[in-house]
Design a binder for this molecule. Sequence first.
Ligand code: NDP
Ligand code: 2IT
Length: 448
Amino acid sequence: MAIKNAYLRELLARVEKRNQGEPEFIQAVTEVLMTLDPVVEKRPDLVEAGVLERIVEPERQIMFRVPWVDDHGKVQVNRGFRVQFNSAIGPYKGGIRLHPSVNLSIIKFLGFEQTFKNSLTTLPMGGGKGGSDFDPKGKSDGEIMRFCQSFMTELSRHIGADCDVPAGDIGTGAREIGFMFGQYKRIRNEFTGVLTGKGLPYGGSLARTEATGFGLCYFTEEMLKANGTSFKGKTVVISGSGNVAIYAAQKATEFGAKVVTMSDSDGYIYDENGIDLACVKQLKEVERKRIKEYLNFHPEAKYTAGCKGVWTVKCDIALPCATQNEIDGESAAILVKNGCIAVSEGANMPSTPEAIEIYLENKLLYGPAKAANAGGVATSGLEMSQNSQRLSWTFEEVDAKLQGIMKSIFKACDEASKTYGMPGNYMAGANIAGFMKVAEAMKAQGCV
Ligand code: NDP
Ligand code: 2IT
């Protein structure tokens, strides 16, 4: 897809110039702008109000030093980020990524995506993202705690339950959220829902742990059903073996599919009998080990070094659940050649532009990240509601609301794709539906 509208082309050129050296951010903006041609034609008032110029520029970007002392008594210094991208429809909301690759470009792309994703959830949440180039791998619990406390010491000045509510992402799970919450409470002397993904004893929501992976499968099942099929009897390839991957594998299996792969940044396992999830949960959630160790319990499974090879495994449905740009054009072509009918994204921006082009050309069912993985942040929104009411809902109540939200997201994508003349292109549908609500709110609030 190419941008036809001259105004959008010129805007993208300005974004490229202003954000040089930030390829992931430019990629995310390009993917949205290239689907907005029909919107700009239908709604010149939004262009007139300068909504597009404003929506591609974060409201605020915070970068800070994170000093901490390691187990050897040595001072370590990381860089912390929080990008408060857009607050038109609610407080900034989005996760915190802890990974050595983190930089401003990655946090900005994630914050930009989050703005549209949160809009699609139907809940009142703006877009934000944070993180650090800290590498949690191989660190002791004490080191993780000292890092999280230092990170929160600075971040606490910038966030709040009605201002900006961070949560988990790569490298940030319940343990890290717990340390960050404790530090925020100590500094601010207040117990509020300032973070989501909290532990159950101190304000966390049931089903938040499962929500992104479950939500991905709820969305994907809707997409499959709308096109006359379902998960039942299908072979599924999943990348990653973290929070999103594990619960996507669980729900896909419950829906009658067979999940045959999981991966980490070292390599992937292939188990033709279907992955033994209890084993993966023990290895990854409890023992924090590498996926390769699966073979100690299932010697009949295969391990291959290098994670890209996972896309060469024959499947009907691919669920990328690791990281950005993990499926390139070459891998997408192999998926198509092997008869894959659907790619649905648990990770954020896991497909390169070349890969997306191949899905669309070959009429694959394509569930774009900002719609397909919105179940995590949607359930974070439900955690915020429970915290504000000072009560908690049952697992079944939260799960039922999550299912309803994922169905409504699919419907919104499907309808927008039809209304704007690109039926079946759920990427365009997600971008347009997510954009419209934020754009209307920005126009109504004037030039801010
Ligand atoms: P986790 O940290 O729990 O797991 C991440 C998984 O992906 C691990 O298996 C990890 O392997 C692998 N991975 C991470 N980075 C890379 C890399 N650069 N190359 C290869 N493999 C990699 O994170 P989550 O499961 O929470 O997040 C996974 C994806 O889902 C991310 O894109 C995240 O932004 C997205 N997401 C997460 C949500 C959530 O609620 N947690 C909500 C919506 C989207 P290793 O252990 O070797 O690093
Ligand atoms: O990318 C995402 O949507 C997340 N990491 C979850 C964010 C959240 O606030 O729950």
